[in-house]
Design a protein around this ligand. Structure first.
Ligand code: GDP
Ligand code: GDP
Length: 454
């Protein structure tokens, strides 16, 4: 079949596609009001100011895809997330610690007009201890007369201060060149190895029971990592035996070490969640069955889907449930989670251990779907029938037709439809639904894109 041969060549099929490895992470840290958000906006090349955000308003994003001098990286903006003004100085260093830990390189912003403060010195000590590459930004040097201010920052012992005006753009090119040079090719945190034990992220908002569940399942069966061949260990990951099989639980340090319940803590929790999801192949999103779902819960689920990772939803604290609450939950699940009806769901109790043995089968089902490949022939036989029975709606006297399709990758499954014209979003969703019915992609997001052929 000539068309299909052409197609395969065009798509450059990759049978065991690894999920995209996380990009290196550049974090911008510093005291409040030194100009971090202004700098971030400049790097992202947009003027619509994050600085306009009202303080205390929870932002959706914790990190942004960025590019400088041809290098792609993830930019973490800690500006605007700070805790209440009272007690702020005491908290800054502590809060910066998480961002520093998750970063591959750091831009440390200091207000050159104010000069180094005691809080700056505290952050410097953290930066030194981390061993991460640091580029020192002497901000608010708006003109040549400010250059002398920048020079005083040599005293911080972080090397050359880069005089910058984030506001006007002065000096930002040199600063970023240095920062990008300090970044490794790939994030040191997120090396995704296709071999070895599979990687699980246990995520969910604070207090849903992540650390309780981890303690329960990790139990007494401690694993000596060296016994498993080919494993190089990231110190924040933990190897856990579930029914005798090893699994990597990624970024468990973030689960075990409780972050202080301050407003800023939300941000660091999201940041950790994002990093853990990107490192994992499958995420268990833990929800607290004893309280109503919140926007934060849905956001975590979206983070998993958007990252293209396999998903298991676990309702914890099931020991607190009564019959009414159970019935209510069934309805809530249907309503709140329509977007992820395909995700396997387990009810557990981290406290008693009830049903925690159901996690492994759910993880395996989701990963099986995530890895699954549908042969091109089978896919097209199925689509041929589907299209004949339910053609794309007629629009403006024209009818788009799907000519054929192929699965371009696994992990997660990605399909490309070749069509004669525009395929509406509704029809795409219909195709996705039928694909799921036919091939059973339980537990994995699937992506469908369309290419229009003349
Ligand atoms: P953040 O709290 O560290 O994120 O600081 P912001 O980016 O919100 O900036 C705090 C204030 O400093 C704002 O009023 C900015 O307009 C101002 N600012 C930021 N960068 C510069 C700069 O390079 N020069 C001057 N003069 N002001 C700046
Ligand atoms: P994390 O912040 O997500 O790590 O949550 P924790 O594991 O610290 O749990 C938060 C609180 O919920 C603690 O008081 C736990 O004892 C409690 N908890 C966790 N799992 C369960 C459970 O299955 N049942 C009940 N009743 N309480 C639980």
């Amino acid at each position: 079949d000539e068309d299909l041969t052409l197609l395969d060549r065009e798509l450059d099929e990759d049978d065991d596609a690894a999920p995209e490895a996380p990009l290196p992470v550049l974090a911008v840290v510093g005291r409040p009001n030194v100009g971090k958000s202004t700098l971030v906006n400049r790097i992202l090349g947009r003027r619509e100011a994050v600085t306009e955000d009202k303080p205390g308003v929870t932002r959706d994003r914790v990190s942004y895809p960025a590019e400088w001098a041809g290098k792609n990286f993830t930019l973490v903006d800690t500006g605007g997330w700070e805790v209440d003004v009272a007690g702020i100085e005491a908290r800054v260093a502590e809060q910066a610690e998480v961002a520093i830990e998750l970063a591959d390189a750091v831009v440390f912003v200091v207000d050159a007009v104010v000069g180094p403060t005691a809080t700056d010195e505290r952050v410097v000590r953290l930066l030194r201890r981390s061993g991460k590459p640091v580029v020192l930004c002497a901000n608010k040097v708006d003109g040549a007369s400010g250059e002398a201010d920048a020079q005083t920052l040599w005293s911080l012992g972080l090397g050359e201060p880069y005089p910058v005006s984030a506001l006007h753009g002065r000096g930002t090119g040199d600063l970023l060149e240095a920062a990008v040079k300090a970044l490794p090719e790939k994030s040191a945190h997120g090396e995704l190895r296709p071999e070895g034990p599979r990687r699980v992220a246990l995520v969910g908002r604070p207090n849903v029971g992540k650390s309780s569940l981890l303690n329960k399942v990790a139990g007494s069966e401690r694993v000596v990592v060296d016994e498993i061949a080919g494993t190089t260990r990231d110190p924040v990951d933990e190897l856990v035996l579930l029914k005798g099989q090893p699994w990597w639980f990624v970024d468990t340090a973030g689960i075990r070490r409780r972050v202080h319940q301050t407003r800023g803590a939300d941000f660091y929790a999201s940041l950790r969640t994002q990093a853990a999801i990107e490192k994992a192949e499958v995420a268990v999103v833990l929800l607290d069955a004893s309280v109503p779902m919140t926007e934060q819960d849905t956001r975590v689920i979206s983070q998993v889907v958007d990252a293209g990772r396999a998903l298991v939803i676990a309702y914890n604290k099931w020991d607190l449930m009564d019959e009414d609450r159970r019935r209510y939950l069934e309805r809530e699940f249907d309503r709140e989670l329509v977007q992820v009806q395909w995700a396997p769901r387990v009810n557990v109790s981290a406290r008693t251990g009830w049903h925690t043995d159901r996690l492994v089968p759910a993880l395996e089902r989701s990963l099986g779907s995530w890895d699954k490949r549908i042969p091109t022939g089978r896919l097209n036989a199925f689509l041929g029938d589907l299209v004949a029975e339910h053609p794309h709606p007629l629009r403006g006297g024209k009818q788009s037709r799907i000519l054929f399709a192929t699965q371009a990758s696994t992990r997660p499954p990605r399909f490309v439809l070749f069509a004669t014209g525009f395929i509406e979003a509704g029809y795409r969703r219909f195709v996705e639904r039928r694909l799921r019915e036919e091939f059973g992609f339980e537990g994995t997001p699937i992506e469908i894109s369309v290419r229009v052929r003349e």
